[in-house]
Design a protein. Structure first.
Length: 91
């Protein structure tokens, strides 16, 4: 009986230790994952997408087809990224 209780206690201690390590990594900003931002090709598309969108000559669907962007959501993400980049340049 003592061995079973000891095994559960050790298991719980390992779980707490792992959660602590993950929490500290998040607090330090060293969590892994995909880096934020756009690739070089996507940045070029974002610049062109913003230009076409601001001209208001083409519809959203046509802009997506011209730039070979898969969805409207991606197009809006590119436009938002370009707007943020331009705001940073103004500062």
């Amino acid at each position: 009986m003592f061995h079973v209780v000891g095994a559960f206690a050790e298991f719980e201690r390992n779980i707490i230790s792992e959660r602590t390590r993950v929490g500290l990594a998040r607090a330090r900003g060293t969590m892994g994952g995909k880096p934020k931002g756009l690739s070089a090709d996507a940045q070029k598309k974002a610049i062109k997408a913003k230009q076409l969108y601001d001209e208001q000559q083409l519809s959203i669907d046509v802009i997506c087809k011209v730039l070979e962007i898969a969805s409207k959501t991606t197009l809006y993400k590119y436009i938002r990224f370009e707007n943020e980049r331009l705001e940073e340049l103004k500062k």
